[in-house]
Design a protein around this ligand. Sequence first.
Ligand SMILES: Nc1nc2c(ncn2[C@@H]2O[C@H](COP(=O)(O)OP(=O)(O)O)[C@@H](O)[C@H]2O)c(=O)[nH]1
Ligand SMILES: [Mg+2]
Length: 437
Amino acid sequence: MGDASTIYALSSGAGRAGVAVIRVSGPAAHASLVQMVKSPPLPRYGAFRTIRHPRTHEIIDGAVVLWFEARSSETGEDVVEFQVHGSRAVITAMFAALKEIDGCRLAEPGEFARRAFENGKLDLAQVEGLADLIDAETESQRRQAVAQTAGALSKLYESWRSRLIEIAGLVEAAIDFSDEGDVAASAVSDARQRASVLSDEIARHLDDGHRGEILREGFRVALLGAPNAGKSSLLNALARRDAAIVSAEAGTTRDVIEVRLDLGGLPVIVSDTAGIREAASDIEREGIRRSLAVAREADLVVWLSETCDSNIPQGISRETSLAICSKADLARESNGSDLRVSALTGEGLDRLIGEISRRAHTAVGASSEPALTRVRHRQNLEAALESIRAFLGGNVEAVELRAEDVRRASHALGRITGRVDVEDVLDQIFSRFCIGK
Ligand SMILES: Nc1nc2c(ncn2[C@@H]2O[C@H](COP(=O)(O)OP(=O)(O)O)[C@@H](O)[C@H]2O)c(=O)[nH]1
Ligand SMILES: [Mg+2]
């Protein structure tokens, strides 16, 4: 937990840029400003200042500086921002200068966010939303992440937790009034009724077809088909760039290659795969095994064949697959409803993209309710639901045990926002951030 050091890092992207933002957070943050500029501006006001090395007083740069007092900062500590010119030399000189300030050190990845969490500025679900916001590539990902950062999911899970705390109160009352039979009985029945409503709500939230997770991670499409069916060429045509190896030699694509597309704001990941056939070599067999694994995990399998067959391999759901005819330019009989695509001429590509997009939008849905976004949340919600069901299904005479069920459920929900002990997951969550966040 909290250490007394002051941390600094480059918070803007690496590499040459017009402006680079260097943030400093901690008890010595204000001291760094005092020692490096002549007169610090008022808190929360930006001002242009000449920045000097704290010991040699050599000029480093002229920059906009601003600072925030702990109570109004993002980390809950004093924070200073230097908006210097974005060259490697200026950044290096700034780091050398900050190193001279007592108690200052370079930040670890995610350390600013971690301090915000430890100082109660953000809960854990919000921190995860922030990580997603930084990683967001499409409009719908941005929308979901910004809502989560603002606390949409936290509010939902915390409201469920507070209802569980009320239920726990009723169960405690039943224990306290166990000699007054009817008081105890009515408290238990009230608790059971509330728990039943809550368990339905949680179950419905869990049973959402993974829409939030699909949105966060991308709708996965696997291109599958025999060698030479035209999968790699189609992937290239979709990506409008040479992302995969195209070759007339059968069995060239042994590794799985992906391109990420933005289809109407939805992230879609298309994977090229090795051709499916009786494999000639061990390496190729491994490629085929991987292809089938990718296809089974995919949200949609596009099966390509030159002859318009639909011999989609066993174990792949028909519901989530789409058979198309490839190389449509090599004019062959069209059998009506088939989607005919040519990577060479571009024929049918827009229709295929439209169909993928339609399926992705269906999978994600248009609900305005906040969606479950992470496996970590899902696991805790499942644990909570299981304990609520144990409460509902358990022997009511054993009230102490039922109270324990409710406590376990509320503990599981508390772990999502980090209200209860979560030490074990913190390193994992924060280390995924970049330095400077
Ligand atoms: N005429 C025509 N040839 C294609 C088309 N798509 C792929 N090809 C050719 O078919 C061969 C195999 O293509 P490739 O994309 O490597 O197939 P993959 O093994 O399924 O990945 C190559 O010679 C491609 O140039 C197409 O739409 N029309
Ligand atoms: Mg290929």
